[in-house]
Design a protein around this ligand. Structure first.
Ligand SMILES: *[C@@H]1O[C@H](CO)[C@@H](O)[C@H](O)[C@H]1NC(C)=O
Ligand SMILES: *[C@@H]1O[C@H](CO)[C@@H](O)[C@H](O)[C@H]1NC(C)=O
Length: 231
């Protein structure tokens, strides 16, 4: 019976994954032409089984639409607190990206200060090309130097944000700006620093954030309210 081997293979898979992460931080290489993600709703018998990625659809049932996404040409609404909007095209939108280690995003910026706020992608390096406008972009190194590396980009310019590092893009032009990013993961992940810390669920004890940021406790509580917590 196949099931009888499960604990051993699961233990091996965990060991293999742990080893893999020592040598590489990006998505694992595919072992077949494609593994189109199945929109799989776990049945109770399988609830405890998870894979690193998504289950594969039967290759005979795969269609062109599994590799297709429509709509990155559309200008997005940037009327929000930061003045930017990210439109992802990753494995959630394109099931054919499963196991292929790559994805895209479109980023729209409002004129005069639209900001894609400081954030990191835990699983991807990003390469960005400006389609329209002028962006001030940058990232900070992880060394004790915390070196800031920045550049002003115009239409057609390309910039790279190395995997895991905190980075941002800021529209310093008077018109809206648009960029397309390629990311080295089917599921890059997103940690927006301010949201992550000030709107965590449940909220982080304000004393922790007050000490970390060297701020008054009341100031931290104001920030937590602003980012969506009523404490
Ligand atoms: C996946 O299935 C759920 C539930 O049936 C559905 O709501 C969702 O739209 C599906 N997603 C895709 C990408 O097909
Ligand atoms: C853009 O979003 C804002 C805030 O949600 C909304 O008030 C406004 O009507 C939207 N504009 C358009 C053109 O959809």
């Amino acid at each position: 019976m196949k099931g009888a081997h499960f604990p051993t293979s699961a233990a091996f898979a965990i060991l293999a994954l742990a080893t893999f992460h020592l040598v590489s931080a990006s998505d694992p290489s595919p072992l077949q032409d494609f593994c189109v993600a199945l929109n799989y709703t776990a049945k109770s018998a399988y609830d405890a089984v998870f894979v690193n990625g998504k289950f594969c659809k039967d290759p005979k049932r795969v269609t062109a639409d599994d590799f297709f996404f429509y709509g990155l040409q559309n200008t997005q609404n940037t009327s929000n607190a930061v003045g930017s909007k990210v439109t992802p095209a990753n494995v959630e939108q394109i099931p054919g990206l499963n196991t292929l280690g790559i994805s895209l995003a479109r980023i729209d910026f409002a004129p005069n200060g639209g900001l894609n706020p400081p954030h990191t992608h835990p699983r991807a390096t990003e390469i960005l090309v400006v389609l329209k406008g002028t962006l001030y972009v940058g990232f900070v190194t992880s060394s004790t130097e915390n070196r800031l590396i920045t550049k002003v980009l115009n239409k057609g310019d390309v910039f790279v944000f190395p995997i895991g590092l905190i980075h941002f893009q800021f529209n310093i032009g008077k018109v809206n700006a648009v960029a397309i990013s390629g990311l080295s993961s089917q599921n890059p992940g997103l940690i927006t620093i301010a949201d992550n810390l000030f709107s965590s669920n449940p909220p982080i004890n304000p004393d922790v954030l007050a000490k970390a940021f060297q701020l008054d406790n009341s100031f931290v509580q104001d920030l937590q309210k602003k980012f969506g917590h009523d404490n």
